[in-house]
Design a protein around this ligand. Structure first.
Ligand code: PHE
Length: 346
């Protein structure tokens, strides 16, 4: 039996030395040290010995086991360290290396200007409203004093979405201006009112550098008692001066829109030439900016407001055109062409 123990000791030492990974070493443990392992097997054989030999042999097996376990544990911690080191090697990161530069987008130039416009008008007490882009003929035309037979319809006749007229509201149409939100808001909120309506509009238009079938407008509407065009002039001068951060002058010219009376066009003094005359203002010193006027009593009535008690003015300007002036964009089609080489300039 002593012989057997020697052989076993030698076998275990070789096996421990040969283990290259922790799981191989675990197998060595199962094979020799576990309860069903070979060392335990040898212990069981003690029963066959005489009671004189048994304690001696028992001790010998035990001390051999203790010595072998020490070797086993040494090997185990060696392998653990080695595995940790190779893991560190694999997962190493250079925390001083420069980061990956993510592409950050930015707000579209039109939205940038829209936000500025909204901020300036909000600070003057105007609420921001919107309305549907698919609009009824009633709100787009009739409610604004543009009956079907009216020649002014020709200016804006446009894309119809369905041909089955509703008996009260007519057909559905892609709105040709933001003005329908005037009547909608008057009906919903009554007087007094102070709103602006930035939004997308559509026209049946042959596309060229200055015309597109889709563009943006900003509508303005103020309804209260004792309101005159002087208020409009003051509000627009203040608005444009803050927007361009430069003192801006405005002037009125007569203009025609069926939903205002009197109707007018508002120009502002050319900022490029200080009104001396240049190519941009066609040597007039003035830039055409928007349509406006006193809200027609018919429109107030359509909005459920008593024209004997309240008056107001309305205006509508092209937000797309404003952005083009601001950034000197030569072709309207660039705005929504989706070309990032264009967009990244802003
Ligand atoms: N809705 C008009 C247009 O699109 C502009 C306008 C608005 C004119 C309000 C007068 C008053 O041309």
């Amino acid at each position: 039996m002593e012989e057997k123990l020697k052989e076993l000791e030698a076998k275990v030492k070789i096996a421990i030395a040969a283990a290259k990974t922790l799981s191989e070493l675990q197998e060595v443990h199962n094979l020799y040290f576990s309860r069903k392992g070979e060392l335990a097997g040898l212990m069981n054989e003690l029963a066959k010995l005489s009671s004189a030999e048994r304690p001696k042999m028992g001790q010998a097996i035990n001390s051999a086991k203790v010595a072998l376990l020490t070797e086993f544990e040494q090997k185990q911690s060696e392998l653990k360290r080695a595995e940790m080191e190779s893991q560190l090697e694999e997962e190493w990161v250079d925390i001083t290396a420069p980061g990956v530069d993510g592409h950050r987008g930015h707000i579209h130039p039109l939205s940038q200007v829209q936000q500025e416009v909204e901020e300036i008008f909000s600070s003057m007490g105007f609420e921001i409203k919107d309305g549907p882009e698919v609009e009824s003929e009633y709100f787009n035309f009739e409610g604004l004093n543009i009956p079907a037979s009216h020649p002014a319809r020709d200016m804006q006749d446009t894309f119809f979405v369905d041909e089955n007229p509703d008996k009260d509201f007519g057909r559905l149409v892609l709105r040709t201006h933001t003005s329908p939100v005037q009547v909608r808001t008057m009906q919903a909120e009554g007087a007094p009112l102070r709103i602006i309506v930035p939004g997308r509009v559509f026209r049946y238009e042959a596309t060229d550098a200055s015309h597109d079938s889709t563009f943006y407008q900003v509508e303005g509407l103020l309804v209260d008692e004792d309101i005159s065009l002087a208020h409009l002039k003051g509000v627009m001068e203040e608005f444009l001066t803050r927007l361009f951060q430069k003192e801006v002058h405005v002037r009125f010219r007569p203009g025609y829109f069926p939903f205002v009376e009197p109707g007018l066009e508002l120009d502002f003094g050319c900022l490029l030439c200080e009104q001396k005359g240049c190519k941009t203002c066609k040597f007039t010193g003035w830039i055409e900016f928007m349509g406006a006027g006193m809200v027609h009593p018919f429109v107030l009535k359509a909005g459920g407001i008593n024209p004997e008690k309240y008056q107001g003015w309305a205006f509508g300007f092209g937000l797309t055109r404003l952005v083009m002036m601001r950034h000197r964009i030569p072709d309207i089609r660039l705005n929504f062409g989706g070309d990032v080489r264009f967009l990244n300039q802003f």
